[in-house]
Design a protein around this ligand. Sequence first.
Ligand SMILES: [Zn+2]
Length: 189
Amino acid sequence: MTIPRILKLDAGGLPVEWVDWREAVSLYFTDKIAWEAGSEKIRLRGGRSRDTGIRSFLEIDSIIAVRDRSHRFARNLVPALTRRELFHRDGGLCLYCGTRLSFSQMQIEHIMPRSKGGEHAWTNVVSTCEGCNRFKDDRTPEQAGMSLLALPYEPNLAEWLILANRRILADQQAFLERLAPKRKARFDA
Ligand SMILES: [Zn+2]
């Protein structure tokens, strides 16, 4: 069984990052947990007591607020533009022709070409298939007569955390969605 990742919040209750269960356990043992905010408990098997032979269990919460020096959630923070999160933002589709892509097939396309001053930024990149990328080449969509199936957006940290965890638990998803802007078209790859 793969143990789900734990959503770590800062002491103000805003999301910071995903941590794996080992890190979560050490936060419990070092008394860093300020409070728990999940509706799911993850039960971990501990060691066997030498005296009784009974195995111990530790329950960790799916969402933990931590008293430490974590950077607080910044509402204007732009999450890193990463290939995997871009792939999920665009639903695993070529945003020009709609072909479903595998992760390795996906290419990153600059809508305004970099040679024309286009930025390498969330709002100027989309995932594409090789054919569309090659056809569009160093042109703007208008010049190439191509149109986008959806407008590329810049995720906030909450959305980025959703994109970054493909095995997200329902309560974690609900928690993050409350902090994500409403969007007309959101793919779910
Ligand atoms: Zn395509």
